[in-house]
Design a protein around this ligand. Structure first.
Ligand code: SF4
Ligand code: SF4
Length: 192
């Protein structure tokens, strides 16, 4: 599929609606309801560091520009805070689109532009898979080791530990099997 330039006028025959339909079918998010008002971008907590803003992301879904969506840096810097959903008059669930496209990128082996963010994402998923929660101390430690930033956050981590804000033992949730089953049904599911 040819990549579509967002800023250029499009011919109708360049628009591919298959991604829009796929997102509606798999995520239950209908981007057709977008009014292009831009409230999502205005309210987004991370728009200042996004390469593509939430409004543009919704438009690219409508245009079917999957290649650009899979390669965008914003895919890895969305923090799923839901502010855009709260602001949207049509309640379009952009973080759900982000989650779906991020997993699609991983399955297609499309790498993030910044390796350290992808490593963080993998470690965070692994922590949730094994313990049912994000265990901050082991997560930060593993991330710093993998990215060879051995002493990063050491001072802050020490202060947090002595104030009782950091638990190095990372206890599991009660029903961790339920979490593992959820992973097996979604993120870890092999493509059929
Ligand atoms: S969920 Fe993502 S896209 Fe939406 S406001 Fe938060 S950071 Fe921005
Ligand atoms: S706030 Fe909702 S309707 Fe407005 S541009 Fe964003 S996604 Fe579209």
């Amino acid at each position: 599929m040819a990549m579509v330039d967002y800023y250029r006028p499009l011919r109708l025959n360049q628009i591919d609606s298959s991604l829009q339909e796929e997102i509606k079918r798999t995520c239950g998010v209908d981007v057709e309801l977008c009014l292009e008002c831009g409230k999502c971008t205005g309210g987004c907590s991370n728009a200042h560091i996004f390469d593509l803003t939430p409004r543009k992301i919704v438009q690219l879904v409508k245009l079917g520009d999957e290649k650009r969506l899979l390669n965008m840096d914003s895919l890895w810097t969305c923090v799923s805070c839901q502010l855009c959903v709260d602001r949207c008059p049509s309640h379009i669930d952009i973080p759900r689109i982000m989650d779906y496209m991020r997993e699609k990128a991983r399955k297609k082996n499309v790498r993030a532009q910044r390796e350290s963010i992808e490593i963080f994402h993998e470690l965070m998923l692994d922590s949730i898979r094994k313990t049912g929660r994000v265990a901050e101390a082991p997560l930060a430690l593993k991330h710093n080791l993998r990215t060879r930033q051995y002493f990063k956050d050491a001072e802050l981590g020490g202060r947090m530990f002595f104030k009782g804000k950091l638990n190095p033992l990372s206890p599991k949730v009660k029903n961790v099997k339920q979490v593992k089953d959820l992973f097996a049904q979604t993120i870890d599911k092999k493509e059929g």
